[in-house]
Design a protein around this ligand. Structure first.
Ligand code: TXE
Length: 482
């Protein structure tokens, strides 16, 4: 089977004599590749090489605009190879081809966006007094570690790696156990274009290799996307070395539909927000809060759309692919059984066997109604195509319900009344609010991150460049003619 090598200190580490981990195709449920479970010596070498590279003249002599050119060249490469990269992402995550194609384009946009920004990251001057020039300089932080999850591997790798390289840092990426393929493809392109140690790709179990990397005393920043418990573990490890973290920890995002919502648009938006990537999206619209007077009509349309969703292997370019792996499948299947037993399911609720793909991890898109908002299904991130429904009578009730979980990543508001929409947006505890849309087509340029337990810091947009710079104040005293 195809072994995905790691890239450490400018060398490919192949799997000979190493512990290997199988990587499955979620659409078929069959193993398709293997990764190496890196050992502590690999992590040591990677961090050491990164530190040396960061301090080397070779890396420092590369001008900001040249780093930018490299990133935009990578964007061009990604676009030229969009077809094969989409297929890789589709095989690795199981997502429908069109969604994988959108992810590849988003990855190209990240490299293009931050490539263009590389020579525009500027400091400042502050007036102090005559005879002093006070400069505020932005410097790279150093060795940055990027722990990437499996739901949007190429997008999440690209968004933080591009910002870190643009600002002159060196990068160690640990891809998720299940999804190494597109990160490996980017690594192959970067391999001979950067000094050894500037970009490295390490693989293996998160609780072993991820933990070794994030607790290493010689790293300078961690960017992590994943679950709340692992985010807390990463933050604790970082605290031991006083290392800053950027955490994106998912959500339980609401779509709030008022009686005066643009109906068709809202139905389409609510469906897409929960079935994209089979609900395995941090910003999935997992809770529908609908004004009581239109609940029945809205649900009728919604159920129709859910029942029309085409499910199958990602490569068949259906509307919804399988779940990622057996863990996710068992978790969702158990939850569906419980929801069936308690009478919450109004459509869906079953696991599926697709002919020819019997070992794939398929489930029906499902709507649950009748839960109290304290129910764990309404509070916890499910990470599957399962929408929970609640009603409200007043604007204040809608806001209270929307804010009633530990998360605060994204929210959707659907109303034609500009006063209602803006008022609600101003009261929502969420890092991004979308009015009469959900997601604004990806929004590379928009700051993204969470309130409450959805995380710390912001990614995307120009603001993310600040994650990878540190500020130095230099005060220069000068004397004029005496
Ligand atoms: O997440 P983990 P898992 C949520 C989602 C999902 C649940 C479990 O609800 O059902 O998390 O998924 C690495 N130190 N999200 O188990 O453990 C791991 O190798 C350092 C939300 O996959 O958070 C992987 O690369 N790293 C989400 C990454 O962390 C560690 C995306 C995420 O794994 C580590 C994914 C450790 N101790 C899951 N342990 C989102 N926000 O989009 C694991 N890892």
């Amino acid at each position: 089977m195809n072994i995905i090598p790691m890239f450490i200190n400018g060398k490919w580490i192949t799997g000979e004599g190493e512990q290997l981990i199988d990587v499955y195709n979620p659409s078929t449920g069959e193993p398709m590749a293997q990764i190496i479970n890196a050992r502590d010596v690999h992590v040591e070498e990677a961090v050491h090489a990164a530190r040396q590279a960061f301090e080397s003249r070779e890396w420092r002599n590369i001008k900001p605009y040249e780093r930018g050119q490299l990133l935009t060249a990578l964007a061009a490469y990604i676009r030229e190879h969009a077809e094969e990269l989409s297929l890789l992402e589709c095989k690795d995550v199981g997502k429908p081809l069109a969604q994988a194609q959108a992810d590849i384009e988003a990855a190209a946009r990240y490299f293009e966006f931050y490539g263009g920004a590389a020579d525009k990251v500027m400091g400042d001057t502050i007036p102090i007094e005559d005879g002093i020039l006070n400069a505020v300089v932005l410097e790279p932080v150093g060795v940055t570690v990027h722990i990437v999850p499996w739901n949007y591997p190429i997008q999440i790798t690209s968004r933080s790696v591009a910002a870190a390289i643009a600002t002159g840092n060196v990068v160690i990426v640990k891809s998720a156990e299940d999804t190494p393929l597109t990160t490996h493809a980017i690594t192959q392109w970067l391999a001979d274009k950067l000094p050894p140690g500037v970009f490295q790709h390490v693989t293996g179990y998160g609780r072993e290799v991820g933990a070794l990397l994030t607790s290493h005393p010689h790293i300078n920043h961690i960017t992590f996307t994943g679950s709340v418990p692992t985010g807390i573990a990463v933050m604790k490890a970082a605290a031991e070395n006083v290392v800053p973290v950027t955490l994106e920890l998912g959500g339980k995002s609401p779509n709030i539909v008022f009686a005066d919502a643009p109906f068709e648009q809202a139905v389409e938006g609510v469906v897409r927000a929960i079935i994209q990537n089979a609900g395995q999206t941090c910003s999935a619209g997992a809770r529908l809060l609908v004004e009581a007077s239109v609940k029945e009509a809205f649900l009728q349309q919604l159920v129709k759309c859910f029942e029309a969703i085409r499910i199958g292997p990602g490569e068949a370019d259906v509307d919804m692919g399988p779940l990622l792996n057996e863990n996710q499948y068992v978790k969702i299947a158990t939850l569906l059984k419980e929801a069936q037993k308690d009478g919450y399911v109004i459509t869906g609720g079953e696991t599926l066997q697709i002919k020819g793909f019997e070992k794939g991890y398929y489930v029906q898109p499902t709507i649950l109604d009748g839960l109290t908002h304290h129910h764990p299904f309404a509070q916890e991130e499910i990470f599957g195509p399962i929408l929970t429904v609640f009603t409200f009578e007043t604007v204040e009730e809608a806001i209270e319900l929307a804010n009633s979980t530990q998360y605060g990543l994204v929210a959707g508001v659907w109303s034609e009344n500009v006063n209602t929409a803006h008022y609600v947006a101003s009261r929502l505890q969420a890092g991004q609010v979308f009015i009469n849309n959900y997601g604004a087509a990806g929004g590379i340029q928009m700051p993204f991150g969470g309130y409450k337990k959805s995380g710390i810091g912001r990614e995307k947009g120009l603001v993310a460049l600040r994650n990878y710079t540190q500020m130095k104040n230099i005060a220069i005293k000068y004397a004029g003619p005496t």
